[in-house]
Design a protein around this ligand. Structure first.
Ligand SMILES: Cc1cc2nc3c(=O)[nH]c(=O)nc-3n(C[C@H](O)[C@H](O)[C@H](O)COP(=O)(O)OP(=O)(O)OC[C@H]3O[C@@H](n4cnc5c(N)ncnc54)[C@H](O)[C@@H]3O)c2cc1C
Length: 417
């Protein structure tokens, strides 16, 4: 028997287990998946919990329900990988050997990395929405927030779903307006980037959406600490931003065991070839999803497209053949903009998000980089697709590689929009 060991039963690990169990003969291959608990979280749902759009029960399910027969599921914390001996040590003292290892342990918000973030104001006036606990606590806090300064803050890039803080800001603005208190709340968006987003065309577009909504953009802000007594964000260049309610995205980092195993970069991401996701130093180790260091967005859509390429490559690799698939960094994200509308962005390593139609040129029916009701409905529908199609590894009717069909390469004028 050969052993495929997958660390992490999140988006990428679950899809890989499902897809490869169908492709690898059961009498030749054992597949084992390790995760620390039995609760699979639909993380995009964290965005909606604070506004009551989703209930907690809609975003959490048992991991067992999504892992197929013929896959061993081990519940344990990973303590350390020993790549030289092809072994994984679990925190409970057990050891698992492998012929091939897939690291799919994602990335985690780390409020402990910013002085003052976990101070006395944590979960009183300082919240995150990148965890289930943070998002549900924020839902409670928002119920009584009807005046003052709301500051939405990104600590450092990269973060998973880099558009999510902007989406939260747009949804909060719209929600305050619906409750009739928008004129009593000042909103600021504070980012370490030089604009609203990472890529120029989308950054200009999303930046003007902040302007239209009278949301102040505080760019190039590298937070040094949070002063709990005076409720201030303080930057390295000594700027101070006051808040009554701070919604922060803490530093995101890969799993600590990656560092303990000597397999990560300074943020615990596993270096891999950006087209094959294979470790350059360990020919039987892949890292897929948010856990790796590829220069793509950390997003479920990226994990999905990467898994499609990885599965075919893996089947070639174990036969000793060259891997013929090449991942292009494809990302595809709905961006909530409030008021029942949303945008869609589609991009890869080489092409930034551009306006246009998706997936069919001229026809759409979805619009790229434009606020429409259809995009919002697409975002809401995605939860069902995630549980019923994506996680079980069923085929999705969208291309794995990014296509230029339907994209407009010159910047649109206002009339064209
Ligand atoms: C608020 C929010 C909104 C988002 N919105 C979107 C969106 O609209 N579109 C989109 O594409 N993406 C979105 N994402 C991102 C998406 O959820 C992630 O990119 C995706 O889940 C990554 O999949 P993954 O398998 O790499 O990691 P994960 O799904 O995070 O899985 C990692 C798994 O590893 C396990 N693990 C970690 N360390 C250990 C250890 N030491 N021992 C055992 N197990 C361990 C964890 O328990 C977890 O189950 C959003 C994320 C957030 C937080």
């Amino acid at each position: 028997m050969k052993d495929l060991l997958i660390l992490g039963a999140g988006t990428a690990g679950t899809m890989i287990a499902n897809k490869l169990r169908r492709r690898l003969p059961r009498d030749e291959w054992r597949i084992t998946v390790v995760d620390r608990d039995d609760r699979h979280h639909y993380q995009p749902g964290y965005l909606f919990l604070p506004f009551g759009t989703y209930t907690p029960g809609q975003v959490v399910r048992s991991r067992h329900a999504f892992l197929p027969d013929g896959v061993d599921f081990v519940i344990a914390d990973v303590d350390r990988v020993e790549p030289a001996g092809s072994q994984v040590h679990l925190a409970d003292g057990r050891t698992l050997g492998y012929d091939y290892l897939v690291i799919a342990t994602g990335t985690t918000p780390r409020p402990d990395q910013t002085p003052g973030m976990l101070g006395p104001e944590w979960r009183r006036s300082i919240f995150d929405f990148y965890t289930f606990e943070g998002s549900t606590a924020l839902a409670e806090a928002l119920k009584s927030f009807d005046h003052g300064r709301l500051v939405v803050h990104v600590t450092e890039m990269p973060i998973k779903c880099p558009v999510a803080p902007l989406e939260f800001t747009f949804l909060a603005e719209s929600w305050l307006r619906e409750r009739g208190v928008r004129d009593r709340v000042e909103i600021a968006y504070v980012t370490p980037l030089s604009g609203a987003f990472t890529k120029p065309v989308a950054s200009a577009h999303l930046g003007s959406m902040l302007d239209e909504r009278k949301i102040a953009l505080e760019a190039d802000f590298m937070v040094e600490s949070i002063d709990n007594d005076r409720k201030l964000l303080v930057s390295y260049d000594e700027r101070e931003i006051p808040f009554d309610l701070l919604v922060t995205v803490p530093l995101n980092m890969g799993a600590d065991f990656v560092a303990r195993s000597g397999m990560g970069d300074e943020l615990n991401y596993v270096p891999v070839d950006k087209h094959t996701l294979l470790s350059p130093t360990h020919p039987n180790v892949f890292a897929v999803g948010d856990a790796n260091d590829i220069p793509a967005s950390k997003a479920g859509s990226v994990a999905h497209f990467a898994v499609e390429v990885f599965v075919e490559n893996f089947l070639e690799h174990i036969e000793g053949l060259p891997m013929t698939g090449s991942f292009d960094g494809h990302a595809n994200c709905f961006v909530e903009s409030g008021g029942g509308k949303g945008l869609l962005i589609d991009f890869n390593y080489d092409t930034e998000p551009l306006p246009g139609k998706y997936p069919l040129p001229m026809v759409g029916p979805l619009d790229l980089l434009k606020e429409t009701r259809a995009n919002h409905l697409g975002k809401l529908a995605f939860r069902h697709i995630y549980w019923n199609v994506l996680l079980p590894g069923r085929p999705m009717p969208v291309p794995t590689h990014m296509s230029m069909a339907g994209k407009v390469t010159a910047q649109p004028t206002e009339n064209q929009e």
